[in-house]
Design a protein around this ligand. Sequence first.
Ligand code: PGA
Length: 232
Amino acid sequence: MTPLIVANWKMNGTIASTQALLQTLPAHDNVVICPPFPLISLVAKLGFITGAQDCHAEECGAYTGEVSVELLRDVGCSYVILGHSERRQYYHETNKCVADKAQTAQKAGLKTIICIGETQEEYEAGQTLDVIKDQLINSLPTDFKEENTVIAYEPVWAIGSGKVPSEQDISSVHTFISETLRKAFEKNLRILYGGSVKAHNAGAIMRLPHVDGVLVGGASLIADEFKGIICS
Ligand code: PGA
């Protein structure tokens, strides 16, 4: 399977920086760029597969400041990241909330990238697999399809910290996720790893068993780093 490489720009980027960065990158059919909402149509016009970083669970209505899945499709999105740990932490998104958003997004034809991962505290308490299993089972919408659902395993303590779990730990968590999906849903989903992925470690991570790509934050904003990851 060709690895999927997803760039999560978070709240970074301007029109000028988007043009400058993407002009140096050839568009690839396994690379997805997830910029802030106002930059989505520009990224799509530049020829890249585009994703949003969130969406609303309702199809439309009186939700000031929110963006609907219909509009996301309209401006060129084909993916949406849901349940990122920053959304779970700062906006108190629960598994149920993530599942509801995923349901609406999938109904509109968007592919969902559902993020799960343990905090530092949970990791130190040896609760990683319990936390992962709970988030995984409860963040998925009913009737999800293999072709429109991607899981991203992102240990919260690895995000933006420069710390990365050992290859053995990544491998065993991904194997656990894959087995859990098979047992609970009889499904085989693409599983990405995220958290301090850089050009120097991306290749080794993507070659691990059950790792089908990467979700990249900081390094996706730096042309040489991101090119290095794509070429890994
Ligand atoms: P990072 O972020 O690559 O900067 O660690 C990853 C993410 O938050 O998706």
